[in-house]
Ligand binder design. Structure first.
Ligand SMILES: [Zn+2]
Length: 175
């Protein structure tokens, strides 16, 4: 399992890290919590999701949420290629397909496409969180920040691709 040290991104605030089940996040300090899900894909149809996140913000005092995607995500690839009819898998697969077609990713080299889809997946999660009233309002008032990052496994480096509503992913930069 890949070890990820997010210390440089975390800072001093109480922080909730949302990451893929494949990543092993190094927990550097007290007040840092890790919430994992398959392919860093939050289940928006899960009624308990909002309350889980609210617990970290209101119960644990988190003022920072980091959504961490990573390169070579096997879970993401598994879901993309899955023929499963399971609603958890098929809902993720369906928005991944939408992201691919909206951004014409079929025209792009597979190696680059893999990175784009992983980045777009992270940004999709940030948008999903922002839709919750208790999160969106807190971000706008400056009481909470959301950072989207891509972990580039080759050299253990981290690229920031989203901050409080502003995207700076590779796809945006290239356009
Ligand atoms: Zn993964």
């Amino acid at each position: 399992m890949h070890q990820l040290d997010l210390t440089p991104v975390i800072g001093t605030q109480n922080t909730l890290i949302i990451s893929c089940v494949e990543c092993n996040i190094v927990q550097p300090a007290e007040g840092v919590y890790v919430y994992t899900c398959l392919a860093t894909a939050l289940q928006d149809r899960d009624p308990s999701l909002a309350e889980n996140i609210r617990y970290y913000i209101e119960g644990k005092g988190c003022t920072h949420i980091i959504i961490a995607g990573h390169l070579h995500c096997h879970a993401l690839e598994y879901i993309r290629l899955s023929k499963s009819c399971d609603s958890t898998i098929s809902s993720i697969k369906s928005y991944l397909n939408d992201l691919e077609s909206e951004n014409h990713l079929n025209l792009i080299h597979p190696n680059v496409r893999e990175r784009f889809i992983a980045e777009l997946n992270v940004i999709r999660q940030t948008n999903l969180l922002m839709q919750y009233d208790f999160i969106g309002k807190k971000v706008l008032s400056g009481g909470l920040s959301i950072t989207g990052i891509m972990c580039l496994e080759q050299d253990n480096s981290i690229q920031k691709i989203y901050l409080n509503g502003m995207t700076m992913n590779t796809l945006v930069t290239n356009n």
